[in-house]
Design a protein around this ligand. Structure first.
Ligand SMILES: Cc1cc2nc3c(=O)[nH]c(=O)nc-3n(C[C@H](O)[C@H](O)[C@H](O)COP(=O)(O)OP(=O)(O)OC[C@H]3O[C@@H](n4cnc5c(N)ncnc54)[C@H](O)[C@@H]3O)c2cc1C
Length: 114
């Protein structure tokens, strides 16, 4: 199925689309791509206006890599998976009481795509 970016200005027909749910599955996908001579590119919400996310080889969807790995309330450091959407980041949660400052208007996209 043809992928296109948010603006509809960039398109790709990936040879393969993978949606890993663990680091091991990411490694497996990359190894398989190398074996088959394909490039790998992760794609977020496709909000880039350029062709930065165009993946003709293996398109890696990080959606299932959305775990919260660490929330350090002392330092304020939060470690999450590459597919964590901004609107679900722990600092956004009212339960933390942390202020959330961001210039980003589209919080549905993953935290890693910038
Ligand atoms: C309507 C709209 C509003 C916007 N508003 C703002 C704004 O207010 N502030 C602002 O700063 N920007 C804004 N932008 C720009 C947007 O934040 C950037 O283009 C951002 O890079 C888009 O992220 P994405 O997840 O959609 O990445 P994509 O466009 O999917 O990918 C961008 C790049 O990141 C890589 N990538 C994506 N996900 C991963 C991952 N999990 N791991 C490794 N690499 C990855 C891709 O391979 C590609 O190279 C806006 C864009 C749109 C369309």
């Amino acid at each position: 199925m043809t992928w296109q970016n948010w603006a509809g200005t960039e398109r790709a027909d990936p040879a393969r689309v993978v949606s890993p749910s663990s680091t091991q599955e990411v490694c497996d996908a990359v190894r398989a791509a190398v074996r088959d001579g394909l490039g790998v590119k992760a794609v977020g919400a496709g909000h880039s206006f350029s062709g930065a996310a165009v993946a003709p080889g293996v398109q890696l969807l990080p959606d299932r890599l959305d775990a919260v790995h660490e929330v350090d309330r002392v330092s304020g450091l939060v470690r999450v998976g590459a597919g964590m959407p901004l609107h679900r980041l722990p600092p956004c949660s009212p339960s933390t009481g942390w202020p959330w400052r961001s210039s980003v208007t589209s919080t549905g996209r993953p935290s890693a795509g910038r």
